[in-house]
Design a protein around this ligand. Structure first.
Ligand SMILES: Nc1ncnc2c1ncn2[C@@H]1O[C@H](COP(=O)(O)OP(=O)(O)O)[C@@H](O)[C@H]1O
Ligand SMILES: [Mg+2]
Length: 213
């Protein structure tokens, strides 16, 4: 995939619901700020006003259910906007960008979870995104543990969170397969440990990454 640019200042967080992505994102943001960097922390689907509107369409449990293909294309429509309006401008001015989910989520959820063709997803990635994180932290956690943590939050589960366990097992397997296929980009983090331990682990990985970048 030589036509996809890898950027060292773009870092993505991946993993199932309740794995601790938002918790870790806040810690990474703090570490980067303390090192004197500009940081843009953002999320998918979303990250621009239009992309956040697409997020509402995707995640609302009400109304007509999108087909898997509709879901995939809306995810990439939001991502196209996010890359052009938020991520690329931030990288161009020298900021670090920490993203709560990115293209790997489409491979895991729409590819692994929904069973859509991975070659089609790769084609969308190449034509629509053209950009990959230099570093992707995969927070790996068992499905039932993730569910238990996510249900501890006050928010109602969104449309995708309402899927069954076998869907999330396929998501987890797809993530782990991607991590195994791209060991230079991915770090698999055991997210079953207590939050302070996970945060110490990921901030350690980030410090090494910053020193090398
Ligand atoms: N390592 C951990 N151990 C126990 N609870 C955690 C851990 N990391 C996060 N949590 C809690 O679990 C819930 C989900 O974490 P969150 O960061 O929102 O996950 P995500 O963004 O991946 O869905 C939150 O209530 C959070 O405080
Ligand atoms: Mg979150």
């Amino acid at each position: 995939m030589t036509d996809i640019e890898s950027h060292p200042r773009l870092i993505s967080l991946e993993g199932g619901e309740g794995a601790g992505k938002t918790t870790v994102l806040n810690a990474l943001r703090e570490t980067l700020l303390q090192a004197g960097h500009e940081v843009v922390s953002t999320r998918e689907p979303g990250g621009t006003p239009l992309a956040e509107r697409i997020r509402q369409l995707l995640l609302s449990p009400d109304g007509e259910k999108p087909s898997p293909e509709t879901e995939l294309l809306l995810m990439f429509a939001a991502r196209a906007q996010h890359v052009r309006e938020t991520i690329r401008p931030a990288l161009a001015r020298g900021a670090w960008v920490v993203c709560d989910r990115f293209t790997d989520s489409s491979y895991a959820y729409q590819g692994g979870g929904r069973g859509l063709d991975v070659a089609f997803i790769a084609e969308l990635e190449r034509r629509v995104v053209g950009l990959q994180p230099g570093l992707t932290l995969l927070l790996d956690l068992g499905v039932s543990q993730g569910r238990a943590r996510a249900s501890g939050r006050d928010a109602q589960p969104d449309r995708i969170e309402r899927e069954r366990d076998d869907f999330f097992e396929r998501v987890r397997e797809a993530y782990l397969a991607r991590a195994a296929a791209e060991p230079k980009r991915f770090r698999v983090i055991d997210a079953s440990r207590e939050a302070a331990t996970v945060v110490a682990d990921v901030t350690g990985v980030l410090r090494e990454w910053m020193a090398a970048a």
